[in-house]
Design a protein around this ligand. Structure first.
Ligand code: SPV
Ligand code: MG
Length: 431
Protein backbone atom coordinates (compact mmCIF):
# COMPACT_ATOMS: atom_id res chain seq x y z
CA UNK A 1 0.00 0.00 0.00
CA UNK A 2 1.14 3.52 -0.72
CA UNK A 3 2.59 5.28 2.28
CA UNK A 4 0.80 8.53 2.99
CA UNK A 5 2.05 11.04 5.53
CA UNK A 6 -0.11 13.72 7.16
CA UNK A 7 1.29 16.08 9.75
CA UNK A 8 -0.92 17.73 12.35
CA UNK A 9 -1.11 19.39 15.76
CA UNK A 10 -4.82 18.71 16.20
CA UNK A 11 -5.60 20.99 19.14
CA UNK A 12 -9.14 19.65 18.99
CA UNK A 13 -10.48 17.13 16.51
CA UNK A 14 -12.98 18.67 14.12
CA UNK A 15 -14.50 17.52 10.82
CA UNK A 16 -11.91 19.57 8.91
CA UNK A 17 -9.29 17.09 10.18
CA UNK A 18 -11.55 14.18 9.24
CA UNK A 19 -11.86 15.53 5.70
CA UNK A 20 -8.08 15.67 5.35
CA UNK A 21 -7.58 12.23 6.85
CA UNK A 22 -10.31 10.62 4.71
CA UNK A 23 -8.77 12.18 1.61
CA UNK A 24 -5.35 10.91 2.70
CA UNK A 25 -6.79 7.41 3.18
CA UNK A 26 -7.92 7.35 -0.46
CA UNK A 27 -4.21 7.37 -1.38
CA UNK A 28 -3.12 4.46 0.80
CA UNK A 29 -1.85 3.63 4.30
CA UNK A 30 -2.01 6.74 6.46
CA UNK A 31 0.69 7.70 8.95
CA UNK A 32 -0.07 10.81 11.00
CA UNK A 33 2.97 12.74 12.21
CA UNK A 34 1.59 14.23 15.38
CA UNK A 35 3.48 17.28 16.59
CA UNK A 36 5.01 16.86 20.03
CA UNK A 37 5.36 19.63 22.62
CA UNK A 38 8.98 19.87 21.53
CA UNK A 39 7.97 20.48 17.90
CA UNK A 40 5.53 23.19 18.97
CA UNK A 41 8.12 24.97 21.08
CA UNK A 42 8.29 28.64 20.11
CA UNK A 43 5.69 28.14 17.38
CA UNK A 44 2.32 27.69 18.99
CA UNK A 45 0.82 27.60 22.46
CA UNK A 46 0.73 24.04 23.81
CA UNK A 47 -2.56 22.31 22.92
CA UNK A 48 -5.08 21.70 25.67
CA UNK A 49 -4.78 17.94 25.19
CA UNK A 50 -1.47 16.21 25.88
CA UNK A 51 0.41 14.38 23.14
CA UNK A 52 -0.80 11.02 24.48
CA UNK A 53 -4.43 12.14 24.57
CA UNK A 54 -4.24 13.45 21.00
CA UNK A 55 -2.51 10.25 19.88
CA UNK A 56 -5.24 8.09 21.43
CA UNK A 57 -7.98 10.02 19.62
CA UNK A 58 -6.24 9.78 16.25
CA UNK A 59 -5.42 6.09 16.67
CA UNK A 60 -9.08 5.31 17.18
CA UNK A 61 -9.98 6.63 13.70
CA UNK A 62 -10.49 4.16 10.84
CA UNK A 63 -8.78 6.51 8.41
CA UNK A 64 -5.56 6.51 10.46
CA UNK A 65 -3.24 3.48 10.32
CA UNK A 66 -0.42 4.74 12.49
CA UNK A 67 0.48 7.75 14.60
CA UNK A 68 4.12 8.73 14.98
CA UNK A 69 5.69 11.55 16.99
CA UNK A 70 6.90 14.46 14.88
CA UNK A 71 9.54 16.21 17.00
CA UNK A 72 10.27 19.11 14.64
CA UNK A 73 8.10 21.87 13.28
CA UNK A 74 9.79 21.58 9.88
CA UNK A 75 9.17 18.58 7.63
CA UNK A 76 12.74 17.92 6.44
CA UNK A 77 13.53 15.19 8.99
CA UNK A 78 10.25 13.29 8.64
CA UNK A 79 10.43 13.36 4.86
CA UNK A 80 14.00 12.02 5.01
CA UNK A 81 13.04 9.36 7.53
CA UNK A 82 9.74 8.06 6.08
CA UNK A 83 10.08 9.08 2.42
CA UNK A 84 6.27 8.85 2.01
CA UNK A 85 4.97 8.27 -1.49
CA UNK A 86 2.27 10.84 -0.78
CA UNK A 87 2.45 13.88 1.49
CA UNK A 88 -0.90 15.51 2.32
CA UNK A 89 -1.19 19.05 3.65
CA UNK A 90 -3.66 21.95 3.63
CA UNK A 91 -2.86 24.83 1.29
CA UNK A 92 -2.56 27.44 4.04
CA UNK A 93 1.15 28.11 4.55
CA UNK A 94 1.09 31.42 6.34
CA UNK A 95 2.17 32.43 9.86
CA UNK A 96 4.76 30.09 11.36
CA UNK A 97 4.41 27.72 8.35
CA UNK A 98 5.72 30.37 5.99
CA UNK A 99 8.68 29.26 3.90
CA UNK A 100 8.18 25.55 4.58
CA UNK A 101 6.20 24.73 1.43
CA UNK A 102 9.11 25.19 -1.01
CA UNK A 103 11.29 22.87 1.06
CA UNK A 104 8.55 20.22 1.11
CA UNK A 105 8.20 20.38 -2.69
CA UNK A 106 11.99 20.16 -3.12
CA UNK A 107 12.30 17.14 -0.83
CA UNK A 108 9.38 15.31 -2.45
CA UNK A 109 10.85 15.97 -5.90
CA UNK A 110 14.23 14.63 -4.79
CA UNK A 111 12.84 11.10 -4.28
CA UNK A 112 9.72 11.20 -6.45
CA UNK A 113 7.06 11.74 -3.79
CA UNK A 114 3.67 13.23 -4.58
CA UNK A 115 2.30 16.35 -2.96
CA UNK A 116 -1.44 16.41 -2.32
CA UNK A 117 -2.49 19.87 -1.23
CA UNK A 118 -6.03 20.29 0.02
CA UNK A 119 -7.93 23.56 0.01
CA UNK A 120 -8.01 25.14 3.43
CA UNK A 121 -11.47 25.22 4.95
CA UNK A 122 -12.22 28.60 6.48
CA UNK A 123 -15.06 26.99 8.34
CA UNK A 124 -12.46 25.94 10.90
CA UNK A 125 -10.12 28.87 10.95
CA UNK A 126 -9.08 30.35 14.25
CA UNK A 127 -11.86 32.90 14.29
CA UNK A 128 -14.56 30.24 14.40
CA UNK A 129 -13.09 28.11 17.16
CA UNK A 130 -11.03 30.73 18.99
CA UNK A 131 -13.68 31.87 21.47
CA UNK A 132 -14.34 28.34 22.71
CA UNK A 133 -10.63 27.47 22.72
CA UNK A 134 -9.78 30.64 24.60
CA UNK A 135 -12.43 29.94 27.18
CA UNK A 136 -11.11 26.41 27.62
CA UNK A 137 -7.48 27.55 27.87
CA UNK A 138 -8.42 30.21 30.38
CA UNK A 139 -10.14 27.82 32.77
CA UNK A 140 -8.43 27.55 36.17
CA UNK A 141 -7.53 23.92 35.68
CA UNK A 142 -6.18 24.46 32.15
CA UNK A 143 -3.83 27.23 33.32
CA UNK A 144 -2.47 24.99 36.05
CA UNK A 145 -2.10 22.06 33.68
CA UNK A 146 -0.35 24.23 31.10
CA UNK A 147 2.16 25.29 33.74
CA UNK A 148 2.88 21.73 34.83
CA UNK A 149 3.44 20.70 31.25
CA UNK A 150 5.79 23.62 30.71
CA UNK A 151 7.72 22.54 33.80
CA UNK A 152 7.98 18.98 32.47
CA UNK A 153 9.00 20.09 28.98
CA UNK A 154 12.55 20.79 27.85
CA UNK A 155 11.85 24.43 27.17
CA UNK A 156 13.00 27.46 29.08
CA UNK A 157 10.01 29.17 30.70
CA UNK A 158 9.87 32.97 30.59
CA UNK A 159 7.53 34.73 33.00
CA UNK A 160 6.71 38.42 32.73
CA UNK A 161 5.55 40.64 35.57
CA UNK A 162 1.98 41.87 35.14
CA UNK A 163 0.67 44.48 37.57
CA UNK A 164 -2.46 45.17 35.49
CA UNK A 165 -4.60 43.50 32.84
CA UNK A 166 -3.17 45.88 30.23
CA UNK A 167 0.41 44.92 31.10
CA UNK A 168 -0.65 41.26 31.02
CA UNK A 169 -2.10 41.66 27.52
CA UNK A 170 1.39 42.48 26.27
CA UNK A 171 2.72 39.26 27.80
CA UNK A 172 -0.26 37.37 26.42
CA UNK A 173 0.07 38.50 22.80
CA UNK A 174 3.66 39.54 22.11
CA UNK A 175 5.67 37.37 19.72
CA UNK A 176 9.14 38.18 18.43
CA UNK A 177 11.61 36.47 16.11
CA UNK A 178 15.10 35.67 17.38
CA UNK A 179 17.53 33.60 15.32
CA UNK A 180 14.67 32.19 13.27
CA UNK A 181 12.67 31.15 16.34
CA UNK A 182 9.40 32.67 17.43
CA UNK A 183 9.60 33.64 21.10
CA UNK A 184 6.86 34.57 23.51
CA UNK A 185 6.32 34.78 27.25
CA UNK A 186 4.90 31.65 28.86
CA UNK A 187 3.05 33.26 31.73
CA UNK A 188 2.75 36.06 34.27
CA UNK A 189 4.31 37.02 37.58
CA UNK A 190 2.09 38.65 40.14
CA UNK A 191 4.75 40.59 42.05
CA UNK A 192 4.33 41.81 45.62
CA UNK A 193 6.69 44.68 44.79
CA UNK A 194 4.84 45.97 41.74
CA UNK A 195 1.34 45.30 43.14
CA UNK A 196 2.29 47.28 46.28
CA UNK A 197 4.05 50.05 44.37
CA UNK A 198 1.08 50.42 42.04
CA UNK A 199 -1.01 51.12 45.16
CA UNK A 200 1.57 53.49 46.63
CA UNK A 201 2.36 51.05 49.44
CA UNK A 202 5.69 49.61 50.64
CA UNK A 203 6.53 45.99 49.77
CA UNK A 204 6.07 44.67 53.33
CA UNK A 205 3.05 42.37 52.94
CA UNK A 206 0.84 45.35 53.76
CA UNK A 207 -1.33 44.93 50.69
CA UNK A 208 -4.33 42.86 51.58
CA UNK A 209 -4.37 39.33 50.11
CA UNK A 210 -7.87 39.90 48.76
CA UNK A 211 -6.56 42.90 46.81
CA UNK A 212 -3.67 40.83 45.41
CA UNK A 213 -6.13 38.13 44.35
CA UNK A 214 -8.47 40.71 42.84
CA UNK A 215 -5.60 41.96 40.65
CA UNK A 216 -4.98 38.40 39.51
CA UNK A 217 -8.65 37.85 38.84
CA UNK A 218 -8.71 40.96 36.63
CA UNK A 219 -5.67 39.68 34.73
CA UNK A 220 -7.36 36.30 34.31
CA UNK A 221 -10.39 38.04 32.84
CA UNK A 222 -8.46 38.98 29.68
CA UNK A 223 -5.70 36.33 29.36
CA UNK A 224 -5.17 32.57 29.03
CA UNK A 225 -1.57 31.96 30.14
CA UNK A 226 -0.51 30.55 33.52
CA UNK A 227 0.31 32.86 36.43
CA UNK A 228 2.87 32.47 39.17
CA UNK A 229 2.01 34.36 42.35
CA UNK A 230 4.58 35.96 44.61
CA UNK A 231 2.93 34.98 47.89
CA UNK A 232 5.58 36.75 50.03
CA UNK A 233 6.23 34.70 53.21
CA UNK A 234 2.81 33.07 52.93
CA UNK A 235 2.03 34.51 56.38
CA UNK A 236 1.26 32.09 59.20
CA UNK A 237 1.20 28.43 58.12
CA UNK A 238 -2.36 28.11 59.41
CA UNK A 239 -3.47 31.07 57.29
CA UNK A 240 -1.52 29.93 54.25
CA UNK A 241 -3.28 26.56 54.39
CA UNK A 242 -6.60 28.37 54.02
CA UNK A 243 -5.41 30.84 51.36
CA UNK A 244 -4.05 28.19 49.01
CA UNK A 245 -7.56 26.85 48.65
CA UNK A 246 -8.71 30.13 47.13
CA UNK A 247 -5.58 30.47 45.01
CA UNK A 248 -5.97 26.93 43.70
CA UNK A 249 -9.65 27.44 42.91
CA UNK A 250 -8.81 30.63 40.97
CA UNK A 251 -6.35 28.74 38.79
CA UNK A 252 -3.09 30.25 40.02
CA UNK A 253 -0.47 27.84 38.68
CA UNK A 254 2.17 28.26 41.36
CA UNK A 255 2.68 30.19 44.58
CA UNK A 256 6.21 31.13 45.51
CA UNK A 257 6.79 31.62 49.23
CA UNK A 258 10.04 32.99 50.64
CA UNK A 259 11.76 31.62 53.73
CA UNK A 260 11.64 34.79 55.78
CA UNK A 261 9.80 35.36 59.03
CA UNK A 262 8.45 38.42 60.83
CA UNK A 263 8.18 41.73 58.98
CA UNK A 264 9.30 41.02 55.42
CA UNK A 265 11.11 43.68 53.40
CA UNK A 266 11.92 43.58 49.71
CA UNK A 267 14.77 41.17 48.99
CA UNK A 268 16.75 43.64 46.92
CA UNK A 269 17.32 45.65 50.14
CA UNK A 270 19.26 42.61 51.43
CA UNK A 271 20.94 43.12 54.81
CA UNK A 272 20.59 46.92 54.66
CA UNK A 273 17.33 46.44 56.56
CA UNK A 274 16.46 44.02 59.37
CA UNK A 275 15.09 40.80 57.84
CA UNK A 276 15.05 37.38 59.42
CA UNK A 277 15.19 33.99 57.73
CA UNK A 278 12.77 31.37 58.98
CA UNK A 279 14.05 28.13 60.49
CA UNK A 280 14.07 25.14 58.16
CA UNK A 281 11.43 23.45 60.33
CA UNK A 282 9.11 26.45 60.38
CA UNK A 283 9.32 26.94 56.63
CA UNK A 284 9.01 23.23 55.82
CA UNK A 285 5.81 23.18 57.87
CA UNK A 286 4.47 26.05 55.77
CA UNK A 287 5.26 24.21 52.54
CA UNK A 288 3.40 21.17 53.86
CA UNK A 289 0.46 23.38 54.88
CA UNK A 290 0.39 24.83 51.36
CA UNK A 291 0.13 21.37 49.89
CA UNK A 292 -2.32 19.93 52.40
CA UNK A 293 -4.64 22.94 52.12
CA UNK A 294 -5.32 22.31 48.44
CA UNK A 295 -8.25 20.30 47.17
CA UNK A 296 -6.71 18.68 44.12
CA UNK A 297 -3.05 19.69 44.22
CA UNK A 298 -3.55 22.00 41.25
CA UNK A 299 -1.08 24.62 42.38
CA UNK A 300 2.65 24.09 42.72
CA UNK A 301 4.26 25.40 45.89
CA UNK A 302 7.69 26.83 45.06
CA UNK A 303 10.18 27.46 47.86
CA UNK A 304 12.14 30.68 47.58
CA UNK A 305 15.55 30.69 49.22
CA UNK A 306 16.67 33.94 50.81
CA UNK A 307 20.06 32.64 51.97
CA UNK A 308 22.07 34.64 49.43
CA UNK A 309 19.98 37.77 50.03
CA UNK A 310 20.69 37.53 53.77
CA UNK A 311 24.40 36.74 53.39
CA UNK A 312 24.15 33.11 54.50
CA UNK A 313 25.96 31.67 51.51
CA UNK A 314 25.43 28.98 48.92
CA UNK A 315 25.86 26.02 51.30
CA UNK A 316 23.01 27.27 53.47
CA UNK A 317 20.84 27.68 50.35
CA UNK A 318 21.66 24.13 49.21
CA UNK A 319 20.91 22.62 52.61
CA UNK A 320 17.59 24.46 52.81
CA UNK A 321 16.67 23.63 49.22
CA UNK A 322 17.15 19.97 49.97
CA UNK A 323 14.89 20.19 53.03
CA UNK A 324 12.22 22.19 51.22
CA UNK A 325 12.09 19.66 48.38
CA UNK A 326 11.66 16.91 50.96
CA UNK A 327 8.77 18.92 52.44
CA UNK A 328 7.09 18.85 49.02
CA UNK A 329 8.18 22.00 47.17
CA UNK A 330 7.65 21.40 43.44
CA UNK A 331 10.48 23.77 42.48
CA UNK A 332 12.97 26.09 44.16
CA UNK A 333 13.69 29.75 43.51
CA UNK A 334 17.17 31.02 44.28
CA UNK A 335 17.33 34.78 44.71
CA UNK A 336 20.34 37.09 44.68
CA UNK A 337 20.87 40.83 44.62
CA UNK A 338 24.43 40.69 43.30
CA UNK A 339 25.44 42.28 40.02
CA UNK A 340 27.00 39.03 38.78
CA UNK A 341 25.34 35.60 38.65
CA UNK A 342 28.36 33.71 40.10
CA UNK A 343 26.76 32.68 43.39
CA UNK A 344 23.52 31.80 41.62
CA UNK A 345 25.46 29.57 39.23
CA UNK A 346 27.32 28.01 42.14
CA UNK A 347 23.92 27.11 43.59
CA UNK A 348 22.30 25.95 40.34
CA UNK A 349 25.26 23.78 39.30
CA UNK A 350 25.36 21.97 42.66
CA UNK A 351 21.60 21.71 43.07
CA UNK A 352 21.24 20.34 39.52
CA UNK A 353 23.74 17.61 40.30
CA UNK A 354 21.81 16.42 43.36
CA UNK A 355 18.24 17.13 42.14
CA UNK A 356 18.21 16.76 38.36
CA UNK A 357 14.42 16.89 38.08
CA UNK A 358 13.44 19.74 40.40
CA UNK A 359 12.95 22.94 38.38
CA UNK A 360 15.01 26.00 39.36
CA UNK A 361 13.49 29.48 39.19
CA UNK A 362 15.55 32.69 39.08
CA UNK A 363 14.80 36.41 39.14
CA UNK A 364 17.72 38.16 37.42
CA UNK A 365 16.76 41.74 38.35
CA UNK A 366 20.22 42.75 39.60
CA UNK A 367 22.45 40.42 37.54
CA UNK A 368 20.76 41.68 34.42
CA UNK A 369 23.58 41.27 31.89
CA UNK A 370 23.26 37.50 31.87
CA UNK A 371 21.35 36.09 28.89
CA UNK A 372 18.46 33.65 29.11
CA UNK A 373 20.44 30.93 27.31
CA UNK A 374 23.32 31.25 29.80
CA UNK A 375 20.90 30.75 32.69
CA UNK A 376 19.43 27.76 30.88
CA UNK A 377 22.91 26.29 30.36
CA UNK A 378 23.30 26.40 34.15
CA UNK A 379 20.15 24.36 34.67
CA UNK A 380 17.64 27.18 35.14
CA UNK A 381 14.12 26.27 34.10
CA UNK A 382 12.10 29.42 34.82
CA UNK A 383 13.18 33.05 34.48
CA UNK A 384 10.97 35.69 36.08
CA UNK A 385 11.29 39.26 34.79
CA UNK A 386 9.87 40.57 38.03
CA UNK A 387 9.23 44.31 37.84
CA UNK A 388 10.13 45.68 34.42
CA UNK A 389 6.63 46.41 33.15
CA UNK A 390 5.86 48.65 36.12
CA UNK A 391 9.26 50.35 35.95
CA UNK A 392 8.70 51.01 32.25
CA UNK A 393 5.27 52.50 32.76
CA UNK A 394 6.36 54.81 35.58
CA UNK A 395 9.27 56.21 33.59
CA UNK A 396 7.12 56.73 30.50
CA UNK A 397 4.36 58.48 32.49
CA UNK A 398 6.87 60.73 34.24
CA UNK A 399 8.45 61.69 30.92
CA UNK A 400 5.07 62.56 29.42
CA UNK A 401 3.95 64.63 32.40
CA UNK A 402 7.21 66.60 32.32
CA UNK A 403 6.96 67.23 28.59
CA UNK A 404 3.42 68.63 28.95
CA UNK A 405 4.52 71.13 31.59
CA UNK A 406 7.74 72.13 29.83
CA UNK A 407 6.19 72.58 26.38
CA UNK A 408 2.78 73.82 27.39
CA UNK A 409 1.19 71.33 24.99
CA UNK A 410 1.25 67.63 24.09
CA UNK A 411 2.45 67.71 20.46
CA UNK A 412 6.12 67.09 21.42
CA UNK A 413 5.35 63.81 23.18
CA UNK A 414 2.83 62.35 20.73
CA UNK A 415 5.40 60.27 18.80
CA UNK A 416 6.56 58.55 21.99
CA UNK A 417 3.13 57.40 23.13
CA UNK A 418 0.47 55.14 21.67
CA UNK A 419 -1.95 57.09 19.49
CA UNK A 420 -5.61 57.46 20.34
CA UNK A 421 -6.39 55.58 17.14
CA UNK A 422 -4.23 52.66 18.28
CA UNK A 423 -5.79 52.72 21.76
CA UNK A 424 -9.24 52.50 20.22
CA UNK A 425 -8.13 49.47 18.21
CA UNK A 426 -6.20 47.82 21.02
CA UNK A 427 -9.10 46.41 22.99
CA UNK A 428 -11.74 44.50 21.06
CA UNK A 429 -15.17 46.03 21.47
CA UNK A 430 -13.92 49.60 22.02
CA UNK A 431 -14.61 50.86 18.53
C1 SPV B 1 8.76 40.78 43.71
O1 SPV B 1 8.71 41.01 42.50
O2 SPV B 1 7.96 41.27 44.50
C2 SPV B 1 9.79 39.89 44.26
C3 SPV B 1 11.09 39.83 43.62
O3 SPV B 1 9.54 39.31 45.29
S1 SPV B 1 12.12 40.95 44.42
O4 SPV B 1 11.51 42.28 44.27
O5 SPV B 1 13.42 40.91 43.80
O6 SPV B 1 12.19 40.60 45.82
MG1 MG C 1 7.93 40.10 46.37
Amino acid sequence: MTEVYVSMTMEILHNGHLRILKEAKRHGRVTVGLLTDQALENKKALPLLSFEQRREILESLDCVDEVVAQDAWEFDDVLDKYQPKVFVHGDKWDGPLQGLRDRVVQKLNSYGGTFVELPYSHEFDNASIAPQMTAALASPYARQKAFRRLMQSHRLVRILEAHSPLAALIGENLQVERNGKTLQFDGFWSSSLTDSTEMGLPDIEALDISRRLQNIDEIFEVTTKPLVMDADTGGKAEHFELRVRTMERMGIAAAIIEDKTGLKKNSLLGTDVPQTQASIEEFSDKIRAGIEGQKYNGMMIIARLESLILGQGVDDALMRADAYVRAGAGAVMIHSKEKEPDEVFSFTDQFRASHPDIPIVVVPSSYNTVHDYELQAHGVKVIIYANHMLRASYKAMDMVARSILINGRTAEIEDDIISIKQILKLIPGTA
